[in-house]
Every structure is written in structure tokens, then in C-alpha cells.
Design a binder for this molecule. Structure first.
Ligand SMILES: Nc1ncnc2c1ncn2[C@@H]1O[C@H](COP(=O)(O)OP(=O)(O)O)[C@@H](O)[C@H]1O
Ligand SMILES: [Mg+2]
Length: 381
């Protein structure tokens, strides 16, 4: 019998960032220390089907998760919220020997790493299921994940916490569909220049657009509202983009700050993942005092949203005014070996495999901490 910690790595998912998640998971699986962990890769298809034993690597070359089922490598499983049924339940092949290949889910998982970006993974929904099942997991809890995902609500909390943010307006699909002219007029009145429009709940720049003028606005708004029933509108800032890694639970620490120089007019999906021409500078070439300000703001943002485990906190530095703005947090940032978050930690003295060890440890600590809470009460006691 193995004494290794049994780690489920969940990836894919019902999200516009499905492919990005597969790339992150391939790196994570490669780097998890096989001497310490028995790893169960769990792919979730674009339709939401859970499959244990899927290797993400071939998916990067065009294979599908269903191919892995056909080959007998993957087993359908379902996640239940019932702790007594041990969370993850095999749907097929109930005779699988749990000690045979290490890919089968009968033995309970000690911890899950949700390497999922975007909806149904980074937004608190999966976290809720794992909480119900009493399964430990790496990363943010339900509230932190949900707040981190919702750009509108995150900004409300940041504003309340006194953190510097770009002013914004929230618009809803229902009002835009009813009266697009009125919505565009309201935006133009509030922000007369160029604006960014972004789905409130999304990431990887999916659905994000820049309207340079009033003519472009309706199309950009319509695009953003395809991905969520809410979108946020912000004035466009002529900015440098700076990012900081945060790691920890109740006493988080910040990494060095890095800079992204996008290959396009802004850091859109192509510039992030397709054209390979955006540049990362770690550490960013900024004055030491700006670096310290950003690191402090990153920890403040982390605590304001009640995050845990990890987050990448992204900033804009206004090239014209020098003003720093907190843009957004990513509670499951891109996690390939060459992604910003792992590279920031590498530059701060935490190499990739140790970063994974730390995230697992933080997830276990958080789970243990929550178990200390009483869930029964009787006034006579
Ligand atoms: N107000 C803004 N001013 C200038 N650029 C912006 C603004 N908002 C977004 N962008 C650009 O769009 C990119 C994606 O927006 P962001 O808010 O980070 O959403 P996502 O969650 O999709 O990464 C940013 O990295 C930046 O390049
Ligand atoms: Mg971003």
C-alpha cells in the first residue's frame, strides 16, 4: 500500500479557458513529485463530463478526452457532495483495482488541485462541491473564488477597502437587448473617450474589447455580453501592465513584480496564447518604491477578497500620470512552466515543483483550519 498523498488534478472544464487549463495541467502533472504524490488526473470535458485518468499531454496535440475513454485509459467518474460517499465516485469500471495503476478514483483523494480557469472551476462552483464533499483543495475558497471571478463585485470590494481602481460602469445584457442605444449613450456620457468592455465573469481576455469611438461601441458591448449577463466598462488607460504573485492563506506573501509587454494593442487572447510575441520582464524595471507599493497592494487585495492559497494580482501603471491601478486578481492564474505566476515565484526563490508542494500544503492547512469550526451547537452545552 502506498503512503503517498493522493492528489487529484482537475482540468479542462466548461469554460472559454478550457484549452488554457489543459496546458496548465500538463505542466502541473509533469512537475508533481512522484516520490511524494500519487496523482489522479481528472479531465472535465467542454460538456462537463468528468473523466479520471486523462493525460492532458496528447490533448495539446489535438486528441480529445473521449479518445482516452475509447483507449480504456480514462474512467468516467462523478463528484458527489456527500462526504460519506468519498466525494469522487466511479461511474464505470467499478472493479478497477485502486492499487494497480494509481489512476483510479476508489481510494479517496487527500487533496484536489483545481487547475481550472474561468467558469465552473475558478469561480467558486467547483469549490462549493468540494466543500460539500469535505475534500481538501488547493487555492481559493467559495467566496474568494467567486469574488475574484466577478470583476464588478471585486471592484466594489476593492473600492470599499480603499484600493486604487479604474472607475467603471456595469451594464446588463437584459437592458442592452431592450435598448442598445440608451446603454451606449449612458456609457459615452460617463466615459467620453476610448473604453474597454469586458464580461464580468471571464478571463484570458475572452470577450474583452476596446471601443475607440462611439461607432465601435455597440459591437464591442454585444461581444462582451455574449459571455456573461453583465459586463463592465472602463475608460482605456495608456498603461504598463504589472503583475505580482501572492502565496499563502491568512498571512500571505508577495513575489517580485513582473511586467507584461503585449504584442497587440492590448493583452488580448492572441497576445496571451497564440502569437508567442508578448514579452515578460521579471523583475519589472520599475523603481524599488513602486515595486514595494505594488507588493503591498497585492497582499491587501488578496486579503480584501478573502482569498487563500494563491492569486496573481494585476496592475496598470498609467504612463501619463504615473498612477497605479489595481486591475484584477486571478485566483487560478496561467500555470504552465513559462506562465507569469510560476516565473514570479521562481524569481522569488520558489521553483515550480516547490510551488506545487506549497499550494498542496496550504490547501491541507486551510481544510484543517475549517474543520476546527464547530458545526453543531446546543445552548445547553
Ligand atoms: N481599462 C483598461 N485600460 C487599458 N487596457 C485595459 C483596460 N482593461 C483591460 N485592458 C486590457 O485588456 C486586457 C484584459 O483585461 P483584464 O481586465 O485583465 O481581463 P481578463 O480577466 O480577461 O484578463 C488587459 O490585460 C489589458 O491589456
Ligand atoms: Mg487580465
Amino acid at each position: 500500500m502506498s503512503e503517498k498523498l493522493r492528489v487529484g488534478v482537475i482540468f479542462g472544464g466548461r469554460s472559454g479557458e478550457h484549452e488554457v487549463s489543459i496546458a496548465s495541467a500538463a505542466s502541473v502533472l509533469k512537475a508533481l513529485d512522484a516520490d511524494k504524490y500519487e496523482v489522479v488526473p481528472i479531465g472535465i470535458t467542454g460538456e462537463g463530463h468528468w473523466l479520471a485518468g486523462v493525460d492532458p499531454q496528447p490533448l495539446l496535440q489535438g486528441a480529445t478526452m473521449e479518445d482516452a475513454v475509447q483507449k480504456g485509459e480514462a474512467t468516467a467518474v462523478t463528484m458527489t457532495g456527500d462526504p460519506t460517499s468519498r466525494g469522487l465516485v466511479p461511474v464505470e469500471s467499478p472493479d478497477d483495482d485502486p492499487d494497480a495503476g494509481g489512476q483510479h478514483p476508489q481510494r479517496p483523494l487527500d487533496i484536489v488541485i483545481p487547475v481550472l480557469h474561468g467558469t465552473y472551476g475558478e469561480d467558486g462552483t467547483l469549490q462549493g462541491l468540494l466543500e460539500m464533499a469535505d475534500v481538501a483543495y488547493a487555492g481559493c475558497g467559495v467566496l474568494g473564488a467567486a469574488l475574484g471571478m466577478d470583476k464588478d463585485k471585486a471592484k466594489m470590494v476593492f473600492r470599499t477597502a480603499g484600493l486604487p481602481i479604474v472607475d467603471w460602469l456595469t451594464i446588463r445584457r437584459v437592458e442592452f437587448e431592450r435598448d442598445p442605444e440608451a446603454v451606449c449613450a449612458r456609457i459615452a456620457e460617463r466615459f467620453p473617450g476610448a473604453v474597454f468592455v469586458k464580461p464580468a465573469n471571464m478571463g484570458s481576455s475572452v470577450g474583452v474589447g476596446k471601443a475607440h469611438n462611439a461607432e465601435e461601441l455597440p459591437g464591442v458591448v454585444a461581444e462582451a455580453l455574449q459571455f456573461d449577463r453583465k459586463a463592465i466598462v472602463e475608460p482605456a488607460i495608456n498603461c504598463r501592465e504589472l503583475e505580482c504573485g501572492v502565496l499563502g492563506n491568512d498571512e500571505p506573501i508577495a513575489s517580485v513584480v513582473g511586467e507584461v509587454v503585449p504584442s497587440n494593442e492590448f493583452y488580448d487572447y492572441r497576445a496571451k496564447y497564440v502569437d508567442n510575441a508578448s514579452r515578460l520582464y521579471i523583475p519589472a524595471e520599475i523603481p524599488p518604491e513602486t515595486m514595494e507599493t505594488l507588493r503591498r497592494l497585492a497582499v491587501d487585495a488578496f486579503l480584501a477578497l478573502d482569498l487563500s492559497g494563491l492569486a496573481r494580482v494585476d496592475f496598470f501603471l498609467d504612463k501619463d500620470s504615473g498612477q497605479v491601478y489595481l486591475n484584477e486578481v486571478n485566483t487560478m492564474p496561467g500555470f504552465t512552466q513559462i506562465s507569469m505566476y510560476p516565473k514570479l515565484w521562481e524569481a522569488s526563490g520558489v521553483p515550480y515543483p516547490q510551488l506545487l508542494d506549497r499550494l498542496i500544503q496550504l490547501g491541507l492547512e486551510r481544510h484543517a483550519e475549517k474543520r476546527r469550526n464547530r458545526t453543531r451547537y446546543s445552548p445547553e452545552e
